[in-house]
Design a protein around this ligand. Structure first.
Ligand code: GAR
Length: 221
């Protein structure tokens, strides 16, 4: 097997998607290893998860910097020191500058709890419920300067039920996120997908399987 890609994870909070990546990356044949986790929030729960898994952690609090560029320069130093090759945002809630995004272009992915390009931004599940949408889901995409924007790697569809609350919907979408994010990172780390003209194309038949359904579609429709 070729060398595992060295992955850095950026978080701001709970880190349950980070946990899904930690769990997946423990498989011997997983093509990525998590070598650094940066939190921009002191005391974020994800820090404990990374420490528990013996992953180097680092808090870089954006509030301590005069500009986004200074904050990002500090992150770049830490990422360089750990020889990070690929970056994953896992609930990382900071807008990044064009300069940072360009430096990591097509080596940086994000997960968002909607079927992008619908429902970018915050309070996603409330807005889904307010519109009466019947299907929502989650998306892993390559990062671009605009928020929750960029070439889509994989998506999972999750049905909305009539009695869903924000919390029940968020919980069901999260279950899909925990499957989708490790799958997406595997595809990217193994070089099974690449970006062509701002679209992601699969390099193998498996990488063509870029949509997951929850629940699975019945055999006969
Ligand atoms: C996840 O639902 C993730 O998709 C979302 O934040 C949550 C983080 O939870 N990200 C975004 O909304 C990005 N725009 P976690 O910290 O438990 O992984």
């Amino acid at each position: 097997m070729t060398a595992k890609k060295r992955v850095g994870v950026l978080i701001s909070g709970r880190g349950s998607n980070l946990q899904a990546l930690i769990d997946a990356s423990q498989a011997p044949d997983y093509p990525a290893e998590l070598v650094l986790m940066i939190s921009n929030v002191l005391g974020a729960k994800g820090l404990d998860r990374a420490a528990e898994a013996d992953i180097r952690t680092c808090v870089i609090d954006h509030k301590n910097f005069g500009s986004r560029e200074d904050f990002e320069a500090e992150m770049e130093t830490a990422l360089n020191e750990a020889s990070v090759e690929l970056l994953c945002n896992a609930g990382f809630m900071r807008i990044l500058t064009e300069g940072f995004v360009t430096h990591w272009l097509n080596r940086h992915i994000n997960i968002h709890p909607s079927l992008l390009p619908a429902f970018k931004g915050l309070h996603t599940h409330k807005r889904v419920l307010d519109t009466g949408a019947k299907i929502t889901g989650c998306t892993v995409h390559f990062v671009r300067a605009a928020m929750d924007d960029g070439p889509i790697v994989v998506q999972a569809a999750v049905t909305v039920s009539p009695d869903d609350t924000e919390d029940s919907l968020a919980a069901r979408v999260l279950e899909a996120e925990y499957k989708l994010y490790p799958h997406a990172l595997k595809l990217v780390a193994a070089g099974e997908v690449r970006v062509e003209g701002e679209h992601v194309v699969g390099m193998t038949p498996e990488a063509g399987q870029t949509v997951l359904f929850s629940p699975p579609l019945p055999d006969t429709l």
